[in-house]
Design a protein around this ligand. Structure first.
Ligand SMILES: Cc1cc2nc3c(=O)[nH]c(=O)nc-3n(C[C@H](O)[C@H](O)[C@H](O)COP(=O)(O)OP(=O)(O)OC[C@H]3O[C@@H](n4cnc5c(N)ncnc54)[C@H](O)[C@@H]3O)c2cc1C
Ligand code: SF4
Length: 318
């Protein structure tokens, strides 16, 4: 690991200002992703700004009937919150499908959104990877691509975003609250937060370098049946090959998002509209532009079958 300096500010804008003061600095929250990347020299921040002392660990009601989840709320606390379990079951289920109990006790809401891809070449520093080293090439295209994207990729990168939580937040239309060093705040709709890779796959999100995530807001509850189904190579402690987050109403209408298939949680309004016609119609819309590789073509029918299982479960429980 490369040497770094460290500070622990106590106010959000102060934390953002600390990043601005130190080129090459990074925020650290639970450290469950960043420290691994630092040990492998994939990330080498010269200065760490610890955000654990900012008081951003509360879950509070919003005036419109939704919830505001502090950036530092741990994944375990968010999944177990009574209001989340009652009104946002898809989020609780997605969180509990991720990582392990120990990791979830440490991992934070903001850190989870910003975790980096699990593409095997991104972690193998002997191999070219445009996301790790811009311009070096993509080893996955023409290489081992079984866990990677089938839609929304580019000639430069076909990585997937590994978060389960983000897929549920996408189906709920969450907003990401941020603050900059001068105190200016904004809310980024989750649909606009994670970027497609294009020619710049090293840039994962629309967040600016010195912008701190302070909270995630959940709109008022949608009602309906909330389900999250994750298909993976092992029953636990594995990332999704395909996941489905869905909120289904009694009349068969609803919302759906896919995980494990793209650089970002994957949702399409046309697929939501097609849900009453069934899984085949909705998946055809969601994956209309799919360009799978030889290794991961199985993800397209797998997504349809997983959605079919989710819709059947929703019918049997509503
Ligand atoms: C073995 C293993 C298995 C896993 N399995 C799964 C899984 O199945 N599903 C899943 O979804 N996840 C899984 N994870 C990933 C885990 O959920 C993430 O590592 C975790 O959520 C990251 O949160 P953190 O708080 O530890 O982030 P950190 O490692 O502290 O930070 C991650 C990134 O976020 C930035 N950051 C942190 N807080 C802020 C902030 N407030 N504002 C701006 N930037 C910020 C940091 O600078 C860093 O770039 C797994 C991880 C491991 C190690
Ligand atoms: S898919 Fe993306 S992360 Fe994986 S090797 Fe290619 S550029 Fe790197």
């Amino acid at each position: 690991m490369s040497p770094f300096t460290y500070e622990r500010p106590t106010a959000p804008a102060e934390a953002a200002a600390a990043i601005e003061r130190h080129p090459g600095a990074k925020f650290i929250a639970g450290g469950t992703n960043l420290l691994d990347l630092m040990k492998l020299q994939i990330e080498a921040p010269v200065h760490l700004v610890d955000v654990n002392g900012l008081g951003l660990n509360k879950i509070e009601p919003t005036t419109d009937g939704g919830l505001r989840v502090g950036a530092l709320v741990r994944n375990t606390a968010l999944a177990a919150d009574e209001r989340v379990r009652r009104d946002y079951g898809v989020l609780s289920r997605a969180l509990l499908s991720g990582a392990s109990g120990q990791l979830r006790n440490r991992a934070t809401t903001a850190g989870n959104l910003l975790q980096r891809t699990r593409c095997p070449y991104f972690y193998d520093t002997d191999q070219p990877c445009n996301k790790r080293q811009p311009g070096s090439g993509c080893s996955a295209i023409g290489g081992f691509s079984r866990p990677l994207a089938v839609v929304g990729g580019s000639e430069a990168c076909i990585a997937t975003h590994p978060s389960d939580m983000a897929v549920a937040m996408r189906v709920l239309d969450a907003g990401i609250e941020t603050v900059r060093p001068d105190g200016r705040t904004r809310v980024i709709p989750i649909a606009d937060f994670h970027r497609p890779p294009g020619n710049t796959p090293h840039i994962d999100t629309t967040l600016e370098r010195n912008e701190l995530i302070t909270a995630v807001t959940l709109p008022p509850p949608l009602g309906g049946t909330h389900l999250y189904r994750k298909v993976r190579d092992r029953a636990s402690y594995a990332f999704a090959l395909v996941s489905v987050a869905a909120v289904i109403q009694r009349d068969g209408s609803g919302r759906v998002a896919l995980g494990g298939v793209a650089h970002k949680p994957w949702r399409d309004a046309a697929a939501d509209a097609a849900l009453p016609q069934g899984a085949k119609a909705a998946t055809a819309r969601l994956l209309a532009d799919a360009r799978p590789t030889h290794d991961n073509a199985f993800k397209v029918p797998l997504a349809e079958r997983t959605l079919a299982a989710v819709l059947a479960q929703a019918r049997s429980t509503s």
